[in-house]
Each structure stands twice: as structure tokens, then as C-alpha cells.
Design a protein around this ligand. Structure first.
Ligand code: URP
Ligand code: ZN
Ligand code: ZN
Length: 459
């Protein structure tokens, strides 16, 4: 199949220009003015933006968590992502404590390979580190193309590892060319605050927020940077929410430490006042939403090059699942639905409102994730030889976010009624039409596993 996209404004992380893009099979084969290739399909992109498919490196699909499973699986989650212009996701394999990484990998392959509609890869979450796991880490990098290892400094008894294990993991990962990623919050401090609040009868969602103050994230982020500095390992902090944590990273750059930072669209857009609402449970996630001053710090961090990636931490639960915690905030499954609208939100709230440039938008929504996680330039750009993962985007189209129109398997929208300017119109996944005329034209199993290499952002 060949596709010729005519007269669009091509945007990459470094340029904007008017051009035609010609794709043959799975790849982009020509970019230029007035291209004249005979193509199976010609798309008129006049007045439209043409940018690389989004990459969301932080999603949880069909994930066992807090006694239930996140409600989107690989089929519904990757399909919803495509509707919003995200063509690739990186999901998290969770090692069961006491079990092997290979067993966890097998479980996740069964969940994903025949179900994914869009392309996908995995981070491996290390929840129990020992000498055998160290050997498996090397095998994951060399044989399976899993080059990033997720750690949790919170969720004690389920996912958390201690600092001794963290340092040993970092040494192995560094030696073998991988990357350690982290959920950086102080688990012990949070657990103590949760216990105290419950003891005092403070059970509403507001106390989820009050049990995870900014210092819990700032402290853990700084500690993680210190451990990176000590081991020389490259690191990546996921879902950063606040000024204090960003300043911990800023301080570590003063001694020449390089650490990659991800925030998520929700931390740039909505704030902790939502926890005071009756339906505050909809936004119970960890870390929690923060303050307006944190949003400002994060937008500034993006433009300062301190924040490299905007993901979603998509981890949806239905209202019925969330209701498990109606009398106890600590039982509300953490997470919210977001995979579908990240690109549109970042365009509407970021580019349209003058907070970021179009090239920065592409950088944080696609290119940097591809580079950091070893997929570039196959993914993450519009260039000759790259995968033809392409979004044709109407920058003027206004629409309203609603659970009645979204494609995520979740019976509420955390953004019900939000007005957005800019809409994903057509999406190509490796040269195939994935989204057109508000319909998905791919099926489960069409999404391909992305075997990743080493980061091109680490020297
Ligand atoms: O609330 C969240 N973030 N749920 C998913 C698990 C995690 O910590 O990323
Ligand atoms: Zn997390
Ligand atoms: Zn997460």
C-alpha cells in the first residue's frame, strides 16, 4: 500500500515546513514539494498539520493493581490511543515478588500480542531484586529489547524496593546500557500519613491528596538523583507533578547529573481543588494532582528542557471499581483515563494557549520518548526511512471531551465538558490507515511489539 499526503504542514521536533509526504509499505520514502508518485491513496492535507504519531511511554493496560485490573486492555487501550493520535505506547510488566522476570514477560505477552491494535513495548518493573533477577535484567536487554526498568519507591509490600536493591539494580542496568525509571515518592512517609488520617476518621478523597504532600515527592526525587549520581546510571523519573521535585532535579544538574523527567497531561491541566468535590474519587491517582504553582513550574520546566516527556499514566478504573473506596480513600484504585486525549490536550492547552511551540509539542509528545527509550528514528519523527506513523491533524477544529464519545473503556471522563481546539483527523500506523472518518480501520493483532535498543540520549 502506498499513501501520498499532499500539502500539509509537516512538524517535527526541529522544523515546520509545507511539504508532501509519500509512504510505501511501512515506511516514509519521500518528503518534498509537489511530489508526483502514483499512490494507492492520496490525502489532501491542505490547512492541516502532519506530525509523527504520538508515543505515550507511561500507560497501564489490564494491569493488576489494588485488588482489581485497570479497565482498558491492550485492545481497547491502544485503539483509544490511536483515535487521539498516539500510535505507540510503552506499558509496564510487573514482576510478582518472589517470581522471575521471564514469567512476568510471558504473562504480559499473552495479554498483548494478539490484542494490540497500535504498536507497543514494555518497561519491566523490578519489584524484587536479587542475583538471579540481575541475570534476567541482562537477558531482557540483550534478548527481548526491554531496555528500561521501572522501580517504585512507594506501594510497600506490593511494588516497592528498598534503596539497597535500587543501587544494585542501577549498577547492573548501567553496565548493560539500560535505563532505570522510577515512581519517586517516599512510600514510608505516605503510609504513615495514610494510617494517621484513617485513624482520625479522615476517609474522603481529599485525604488521599493530603497524605502525599509535595515533600514526599521532592525528597524521593532527590534521593533517586543521588543514587543515580553514586552509580553513574542514567535515570528517568515518571509522572512528576510538582515544583519541589523539579527543583531536586534542577539541583542535581548543577553537579552535572543527567536525569530525564516525564510529567503527565493531567498535572499540567487540572489541580487538587477537584479533591474537594463529591466525585473527587475520579482523580485519585498517585502522585496526586497538585497546585497551580506546580503547573506553572512544569510548563516552565518543559521550556527549560528539564522536563522531556509528557505521558499520561493512563490507568483507568470504572466508577464501580473506584467505589471500592467510597468509605476509605486508601481503597480507591489509583489512576484515571487519559490515553486518548493527551495529544489534543497538549496542542489545545499548550500550543494554542502559547505555552509551547509546535516543535516542542512534537518533541515532548513523541520524539523525546523515542530517543530516550531506544526507538529513534524508527519511531518519533517524520523522516525518510522512519516508520510511517503519521497524524494528520486539524488545528482549528473545536470539540468537547465526553465519556459519551471517547473510546476508552471507562464510564466517566475526567475532563467531561472540556472544550478543545485541534483534532486528530487521520492516523497512519506503519503506512496503514488506522483512523479515518472517526473510525478505526485496524484490528486486534495489527499492533506490533517494538523491540527497543539503547537510548540515543545517553552517551
Ligand atoms: O495512580 C496511578 N499513578 N496509578 C498507576 C500506578 C502508578 O503509580 O503509576
Ligand atoms: Zn507511579
Ligand atoms: Zn503509572
Amino acid at each position: 500500500m502506498s499513501v501520498l499526503i499532499k500539502n500539509g504542514k509537516v512538524i517535527t521536533a526541529s522544523e515546520e515546513y509545507l511539504a508532501d509526504v509519500y509512504c510505501e509499505g511501512e515506511k516514509i520514502v519521500a518528503i518534498g514539494k509537489n511530489l508526483n508518485y502514483p499512490a494507492d491513496k492520496v490525502i489532501d492535507a491542505t490547512g492541516k498539520l502532519v506530525f509523527p504519531g504520538g508515543i505515550d511511554p507511561h500507560v497501564h493496560l489490564d494491569m493488576p493493581f489494588m485488588g482489581t485490573y485497570s479497565s482498558d486492555d491492550y485492545e481497547t487501550g491502544t485503539r483509544a490511543a490511536l483515535f487521539g493520535g498516539t500510535t505507540s505506547v510503552i506499558e509496564f510488566i510487573l514482576q510478582t515478588q518472589g517470581d522471575t522476570l521471564h514469567n512476568a514477560l510471558k504473562t504480559w505477552q499473552e495479554k498483548s500480542i494478539h490484542k494490540a491494535v497500535g504498536d507497543f513495548s514494555y518497561h519491566m518493573a523490578i519489584t524484587d531484586f536479587n542475583e538471579n533477577v540481575a541475570k534476567e535484567v541482562v537477558q531482557m536487554i540483550e534478548e527481548e529489547g526491554i531496555t528500561s526498568f521501572k522501580t517504585f519507591m512507594a506501594y510497600k509490600g506490593a511494588l516497592m524496593i528498598d534503596d539497597g536493591q535500587m543501587v544494585e539494580l542501577m549498577k547492573v542496568v548501567k553496565k548493560n546500557g539500560g535505563l532505570v525509571t522510577v515512581h519517586a515518592t517516599n512510600g514510608d512517609m505516605i503510609d504513615a500519613l495514610v494510617a494517621k488520617n484513617l485513624k482520625d476518621g479522615n476517609t474522603t478523597p481529599l485525604y488521599h491528596y493530603l497524605s502525599q504532600p509535595e515533600v514526599t515527592e521532592a525528597e524521593a526525587s532527590g534521593r533517586f538523583c543521588d543514587m543515580l549520581h553514586y552509580t553513574g546510571c542514567p535515570g528517568y523519573i515518571v509522572h512528576m507533578t510538582c515544583e519541589g521535585a523539579l527543583n531536586a532535579v534542577r539541583r542535581s544538574t548543577q553537579r552535572n547529573q543527567k536525569v530525564f523527567v516525564e510529567t503527565c497531561s493531567q498535572y499540567l491541566m487540572i489541580d487538587a481543588s477537584l479533591y474537594e468535590r463529591e466525585d473527587g474519587y475520579k482523580w485519585v491517582m498517585s502522585p496526586p494532582l497538585r497546585e497551580k504553582k506546580d503547573q506553572e513550574a512544569l510548563w516552565a520546566g518543559i521550556n527549560q528542557g528539564l522536563v522531556h516527556v509528557v505521558g499520561t499514566d493512563h490507568c483507568p478504573f470504572t466508577i464501580e471499581q473506584k467505589m471500592k473506596g467510597k468509605d476509605n480513600f486508601a481503597k480507591i484504585p489509583n489512576g484515571h483515563p487519559a490515553i486518548e486525549h493527551r495529544m489534543e490536550f497538549m496542542y489545545s492547552e499548550g500550543v494554542r494557549k502559547g505555552k509551547i511551540t509546535p516543535t516542542k509539542f512534537v518533541e515532548i509528545c513523541s520524539t523525546n520518548a523515542a530517543k530516550i527509550f531506544g526507538m529513534y528514528p524508527t519511531k518519533g519523527t517524520i523522516a525518510i526511512g522512519s516508520d510511517a506513523d503519521i497524524v494528520i491533524f486539524d488545528p482549528e477544529k473545536e470539540h468537547t471531551i465526553s465519556a459519551s464519545t471517547h473510546h476508552m473503556k471507562c464510564d466517566y471522563s475526567a475532563y467531561e465538558g472540556w472544550k478543545v481546539t485541534g483534532k486528530t483527523e487521520t492516523v497512519l500506523l506503519r503506512g496503514k490507515i488506522a483512523i479515518e472518518n472517526n473510525a478505526c480501520h485496524l484490528k486486534p493483532g495489527d499492533g506490533k511489539y517494538i523491540k527497543r535498543g539503547k537510548s540515543s540520549m545517553v552517551i
